[in-house]
Design a protein around this ligand. Sequence first.
Ligand SMILES: [Zn+2]
Length: 390
Amino acid sequence: MRRLRIGIAAIVSVLLVACAATPRVTVPAGTVCDTDLFKVDDGFAGARRGDCDVLAENQVRLHIVREDDQVKNPSPWYAFKLTGDPSGTVRVTLDYGDWKHRYVPKISRDGKTWRVANEAMFQQPSENVLELTIKLLGEPVWIAGNPMILPADYEIRLRSLAHETDATLSVAGQSIEGLPIYRLESGADKNEVIFLTGHQHPPEIPGGYAMLEFLNTLYSETKLATEFRARFHIVSLPLLNPDGIIHGHWRHNLGSTDLNRDWGPFAQPETRVIEQTLDELDGQDKRVRMFMDFHSTKDNRFYTQSEPTNPAGFSAEWLKRSGERIGDDYPFVNDPRPTSPTPNGKNYMYKRYGIPSLTYEVGDETPLEANRNATRIFAEEFMRLWLETP
Ligand SMILES: [Zn+2]
C-alpha cells in the first residue's frame, strides 16, 4: 500500500511538471487570452505578435515573434494589457525563441504614464526568456518594451505644433496600409534646408521622443529659435513607418523591408516619399544643408561622417559644444564612420549632398527626462552653430 502511494505521488508530480510546461490552451495574437483569474489582451495598436499559452490559472507564456522571417535585427518588441482578479498575482513568461531579451519592461496603469518595472517584478532564467510577476490590483496593467508612442500621438503633437507656431502640416504620402506620412515645415520661402526624419524602426521609441523634443525646441518662441527659423526652411518627416508601429513590428514596414536599407532603391511607398520630397527641393534649387535621422540603440550615440563635409567639422563642433552643457545623466559618443554602400539615410544623404548627415541614436533605456533635457540642448546648440555658419 505504501509503495502504491509513493507510485501515485510520483505519477502526480510527473503530471504536474508536464502540466507546467504544456499549455492548457493556445490562443493566437490579437485574441484575448484568458484564464479564470486574468486576461491578456493584445488586440490594440502597437501590441505584440505571437501565440499565448495558458499554462495555469495564474500563468501564461507569450511567444514574442518577429513580423517576417527576413527580420535580422534583434529588437524583440512586446506590448500587452492585463486585467483580472484584483487580489491576484500572475506570472507572464515572455519567450523570445532564438532571440535575446532587449527591452527592460515598462509599466502603465492608465496606458499613458509609464515607469520602468521594479527589478523585483522580473527575472531572466535565460537570455531568451523573461519571467514577470505582476500584482493585478483591479486595474488594467499595460506592459511594453518602452512607453508607447503611436501614429495618433504623433498626429496630435504635429497638429498642435502647426497650430501654435509658424509651421505647416501636410500629408507627403501614404504608407502601404494608407496611413499618412506627415510633413511638418516652415520657412518654405528660404533657400537653405534642414531635413529631419525618424521612426523608421518601430520599437525605437526613445528616438521618436527625441525627434519630437528637437522639433519643439526648433519651434519655440526663443530669440534663438526665431532667428533660426527666419533663415532656414525646416522640413521634417517625423514618422516614416506608421504601419510598423501599429502592427508591433520589430524592424520592417508591411512590405517586409527595413526602410533604412531602402534609401536609393526607394522601392517602398514610405521611402518614395523621401525621394519625392528631395526631388521637389532640388527642383526648386534649394540647398539642403543638413540631415538627421532619429533612432534608438543600446546607448546614446551619433553616427557621423569620417569624411569631409560641407560645412567642415560641423557635427564634431556641435556635439562638443552640446556635451559641454549636458550633464552626466546623458553620456553620449560621437561615432564618425566612413560612408559605406549600405543604403541607409545617413549614407544616402551624404552621397547626394556632401553635407553633415547624422543618425541620432538614443539609448534604449535612457530615461525620458534625460533624453528630453539633452535633446533641448542639442537643438539649441544646433541652431546656434548654424547661425554662426555662413
Ligand atoms: Zn533604427
